[in-house]
Each structure stands twice: as structure tokens, then as C-alpha cells.
Design a protein around this ligand. Structure first.
Ligand code: ADP
Ligand code: ZN
Length: 439
């Protein structure tokens, strides 16, 4: 049943704008940002000129398809300030995304951009039920990574009491949760699982703690992970999505209605395109998420290819919001592994592993190549109780996983059950794939 009661916070009321009104606002903002990008960023001037396109050619929202795409490589090639559209004196903050190879990607913000970012992160937390009464600990890294600062600003905007703990230092985090009466945590889902383990070792029962909300993002997580976290701690989990190129955490957030997230469309305009052809797909189709920043002035991004695979639906959600709804992001078009010709996403293996009793959600997929043949090894941790069990118990567990993998992807993977704690933990994004094949 639809929930018609709108929240009292004026920020949240923006989530309930009628679609015609929202679309009028989006178009007005789109026209302005396109003109701004064309006139002030040499990168866009060149890209528009190459297509013979002028800002005036954008006469309705649907005309967005006329705009050129931007890609991660554009940011890399124009490192560090090449996409900027304001003088350096107006830039008040820089962040950078990890960039595992080569130079990172640098993103610039004006004061106004930071306000927009805080607003959308705040709307995400309000949607999850955070109020001024909450005490929120930030467990994302405070660094060039946008996670820490982004969540921090959003929580402050809500008016919650914010504890800027940052990533890592898990034992101290457990202590803070207990001593300071923390009600809300923001961190990566895999770090929270690690926190649960550390708490257990310290003899802390998180179910009895004040913790009641967790906002998890920066990496994909499955329903199975959600269940483990909720059952293990009694908290309510919420999804939060973002990327540094567009803004940072809080581009989209989860509601109580259904799995997935609402995109704050008055600031970030979404499209779904075919990842191969780049052709825009109609609502309801799965494809690659493309985002346009509607009012980010320092570094506007037009039609940015996120590589995240999802689906959008525009029907009013059961929570009453009119904002577009996006399916949970479980995979990226570029994290697909091809093993012996079979396409495989780490999240598929995760979901399958977590259906097995005695398995903990710490795993890695190691791919090697012997001659022309690919080999997949799934290394996964088991619970301490199980690890100490008889060899025959572990052997039957190994067989069970092996059969499940075989029936899912049709290949015989080597299953290695490893000692609890032996797979590296990270306070940031967890790397699940080790591809040792020569590229
Ligand atoms: P980098 O990883 O390059 O440092 P970001 O931190 O900006 O840069 O990463 C953004 C990416 O993280 C997104 O494009 C998406 O793939 C992933 N991501 C962020 N939040 C979520 C989420 N809630 N669910 C799934 N994936 C997410
Ligand atoms: Zn909803």
C-alpha cells in the first residue's frame, strides 16, 4: 500500500515532487549546466564542436541523447583539472578516486557543489529514518576517497551527532559504539561483517547495543549479506550509492519500500544504455547506468558512463516517493570475469556461498591459466567452530560448494576452505578477484 504521509523535514519533501514539476526543474537545470560546461570547460567545447552541437540544441529532456558521453578515460586524460569549468579560486575541495592503475581521478567542488552533496547525502539518511536524536559513527575512510567526508557532511546536515572515526581500528570502533551510545554506522558492508566478528571475539553482543541503523555502500552487497548483518546485530540495513566522479556517496539511497534505491534525480539525471552500443534503453530494461550532474559547477559531468549495471523504474514507489527507483547494483560491466568462456560476476558467487551454512562472507576468486585452460579457485573462510571440526565435515562442505558452483557456471572450480581471518580485511573496498592470467 502506498504511504502518503510525507516526512516533515523540508529536505525530504523534495523526494515527493510531482513528476511534471520535477521534469521541468530537471530541464531548466540541464539547459543551464550544458551551457556552463560548453562555455567554460575547454574539454566540453571541443567535444560539442566535434559533434557540431550547440547548447541551444537541447530543447527538451529527451534531447539529452544528443550530448556526448564522458568516460573515466576522459578524466584520466585530462588529469587533474582539465574538465573544470570554474576558476581555481572557486574550488574549495578536491577528492580523488582510488585509480588502481596509473594516475587517480581528481574531482573538484565549489562551495555550492559541497552543499548539494551534503543535501543529497542527508536525504539518503533521512529516508532511512535518521534524525537529530541519532549518534552516527563514520567508518568510511577520511581521505581523498569521498566516503568519509561525504557521509560526514550528510549526517551533519541531518543534525545527527557525528563521530568521525574513519576506516579501520575495529576494536576502538566497538568500544565507541558501546561507550558513546552510537545508533547509526556508515561503512562498507564487508567492513561491517568484519566488525561483527571482532565484536564477537571481544564478547560484545551488538544486538544488545544501541546500534539500530547501518548505511552500507561503496561496493556491491547481496541480500544474503543483508540477512547476515540484520540477523547478527538486529540493525536495519540501508543501501547508499555514489561515485566520486558524480559527487560521492548519496547519489542514491534505499527506502523502506523495496530493495534498491531512489536516485536524487533533481540533481543527478539517470539514463540506462546498452553497455555495448551506448543506445538509450527504455524504462525497465537492464543496462549501464549513465549519469548527468544537473547542477555541479566545478566539474560538470555530462552523460557519464558509470559501468554499473542496473534497471530503473518510474512508477511511484510504495514509500510514496516519486523519484526514480534503481535496482540494487550487484555488478559492473567491467568486473565481469570470463573463465573458460563463461561470464561470471563475483556477486553471483557471493550469493551462492552465503547459502551454505558455516561459510562466512570473506572470499576471493583466483583465476589462473595453464596453457590455454583457465582455472578458477574459490578461496572462502569457514566459521571457527567448523574449522576445528573433523576433516570429513569440511570435505562434505567443499563438495557442496563445488556442486553449487558447477551447477551455476558449469565449470569445476577448486574450492579451498581457509582458516577464519586468513583473507585480508579492508576498511575500504574489498577486492574479491585475483586474476593471474597474462592479459
Ligand atoms: P573508486 O572505486 O574508483 O575509488 P568510487 O569510490 O567513486 O571510486 O566508486 C564508485 C563505484 O563504487 C560505483 O560506480 C559502484 O560501482 C560502486 N558502488 C558504490 N556504492 C555502491 C552500492 N551501494 N552498491 C553497489 N556498488 C556501489
Ligand atoms: Zn521508495
Amino acid at each position: 500500500m502506498e504511504n502518503t504521509a510525507k516526512p516533515s523535514n523540508p529536505l525530504s519533501q523534495k523526494d515527493f515532487m510531482e513528476r511534471p514539476q520535477l521534469e521541468a526543474l530537471q530541464f531548466e537545470r540541464l539547459q543551464k549546466i550544458v551551457k556552463h560546461a560548453y562555455e567554460h570547460s575547454p574539454f566540453y567545447t571541443k567535444a560539442f564542436d566535434a559533434k557540431g552541437l550547440k547548447p541551444e540544441d537541447i530543447r527538451c529532456l529527451a534531447d539529452i541523447v544528443k550530448l556526448p558521453f564522458t568516460q573515466k578515460t576522459d578524466l584520466r586524460d585530462n588529469y587533474p583539472y582539465g574538465l573544470n569549468a570554474v576558476p581555481r579560486s572557486e574550488i574549495v575541495r578536491l577528492h580523488a578516486s582510488s585509480g588502481t592503475t596509473g594516475k587517480p581521478i581528481v574531482v573538484s567542488y565549489t562551495r555550492g557543489d559541497l552543499e548539494t552533496w551534503s543535501e543529497t547525502a542527508a536525504r539518503c539518511f533521512l529516508m532511512g529514518g535518521v534524525t537529530e536524536e541519532d549518534i552516527a559513527v563514520i567508518g568510511y575512510g577520511y581521505s581523498l576517497f569521498t566516503g568519509g567526508m561525504g557521509a560526514h557532511q550528510g549526517m551533519e546536515r541531518v543534525g545527527a551527532t557525528v563521530i568521525p572515526q574513519g576506516g579501520g581500528n575495529t576494536e576502538k570502533l566497538c568500544m565507541l559504539i558501546q561507550d558513546l551510545g552510537v545508533t547509526t554506522i556508515c561503512c562498507t558492508p564487508s567492513f561491517f561483517i568484519h566488525l561483527m566478528e571482532v565484536a564477537e571475539k571481544l564478547g560484545i553482543d551488538l544486538r544488545k547495543s544501541t546500534l539500530r541503523h547501518g548505511f552500507f555502500g561503496a561496493e556491491p552487497w547481496t541480500d544474503e549479506m543483508r540477512q547476515r548483518m540484520e540477523q547478527g546485530t538486529g540493525i536495519k540495513t540501508h543501501d547508499i550509492f555514489g561515485l566520486s566522479e558524480i559527487m560521492g556517496p548519496g547519489v542514491a539511497g534505499g527506502c523502506d519500500g523495496r530493495p534498491g534505491m531512489h536516485i536524487f534525480e533533481d540533481h543527478y539525471f539517470p539514463e540506462i544504455v546498452d553497455p555495448q552500443t551506448g543506445e538509450q534503453l527504455p524504462p525497465g530494461c537492464e543496462g549501464e547506468l549513465v549519469l548527468t550532474t544537473l547542477d555541479k559547477w566545478a566539474m560538470p559531468l555530462l552523460r557519464y558512463r558509470t559501468h554499473d549495471i542496473t534497471r530503473l523504474t518510474y512508477e511511484r514507489c510504495s514509500c510514496g516517493r516519486t523519484l526514480v527507483h534503481m535496482d540494487p547494483i550487484r555488478r559492473r560491466s567491467d568486473d565481469m570475469l570470463i573463465v573458460r568462456g563463461v561470464n561470471l560476476f563475483p556477486s553471483q558467487v557471493e550469493a551462492l556461498l552465503l547459502q551454505v551454512k558455516g561459510i562466512v562472507p570473506h572470499y576471493e576468486l583466483v583465476v589462473t591459466r595453464e596453457g590455454a585452460m583457465d582455472d578458477l579457485e574459490v578461496r572462502v573462510e569457514v566459521t571457527p567452530e567448523l574449522f576445528g571440526d573433523q576433516v570429513s565435515v569440511l570435505e562434505s562442505l567443499r563438495k557442496e560448494i563445488s556442486l553449487k558452483i558447477k551447477s551455476m557456471i558449469g565449470i569445476n572450480a577448486k574450492i579451498t576452505l581457509v582458516e577464519p581471518g586468513s583473507i585480508a580485511r579492508s576498511a575500504g573496498k574489498t577486492k574479491h578477484v585475483i586474476d593471474k592470467r597474462q592479459k
